[in-house]
Design a protein around this ligand. Structure first.
Ligand code: ATP
Ligand code: MG
Length: 188
């Protein structure tokens, strides 16, 4: 990946060109161009059914384009899965509360991305202490104070996109979206 500070300010970090998405006979996106430049906060607005969620899910790797190209930090990419988006540093905060109420903050934060170390025989052991340390670090960085990261979350707002690798892009349906070194964009 190209280092963020070596990117030219006049070059889009993320560029989608001619994006078309069909769901059977439904044309959800028709040759959409969309760019985000370094340091920009971009709001994606449109009528109901305009295609905001579809475009967001394409960037998040949930949907694949029918036609069109995506470039990230100046090079063509195929965002074939949510994991591929995460690997690029793209995070998505969905409007619904994607939390497991019965799990604690640490388990929610690392859901699906649990850190583990290898054991003899091919077994893997969860790195609970490391995940807890990282959780405290993330919460501290966000000035979030809670009694214990080991309490079940029971309705707290999702932080699950912010785990061991801080995203360079964060998408949110809501205006409280947050980002790291780069931008936040509102979609939904
Ligand atoms: N999985 C799907 N299968 C078929 N059609 C779909 C699917 N997802 C979205 N669509 C259609 O694609 C179009 C764009 O929908 P999308 O949900 O992206 O719009 P939106 O801008 O997010 O709308 P809203 O403001 O209501 O959230 C709509 O006509 C919708 O019915
Ligand atoms: Mg939507």
């Amino acid at each position: 990946m190209i280092a963020a500070d070596s990117l030219r300010e006049d070059q889009p970090r993320l560029a989608l060109t001619g994006i078309t998405k069909r769901f059977g006979a439904v044309l959800a996106l028709d040759r959409v161009d969309f760019e985000v430049y370094p340091g920009e906060v971009v709001a994606l607005v449109g009528d109901n059914g305009a295609g905001k969620s579809t475009l967001t899910k394409i960037i998040a790797g949930v949907y694949q384009v029918s036609e069109g190209t995506i470039a990230f930090e100046g090079r063509p990419v195929r965002i074939g899965s949510p994991e591929a988006a995460t690997a690029l540093g793209i995070a998505t905060v969905y409007q619904d509360l994607a939390l497991c109420d019965n799990l604690d903050v640490v388990a929610n934060l690392f859901l699906g991305r649990e850190q583990a170390s290898g054991l003899p025989g091919g077994l893997r052991s969860l790195s609970e202490e490391e995940m807890e340390r990282r959780t405290r670090e993330v919460l501290h960085g966000l000035s979030v104070k809670i009694p214990s990261v080991r309490h079940p979350v029971c309705g707290a707002r999702s932080l699950s996109c912010w785990t061991s690798r801080p995203p360079r892009w964060a998408w949110s349906r809501r205006p409280w979206c947050w980002g790291s070194s780069a931008s936040c964009a509102s979609g939904g």
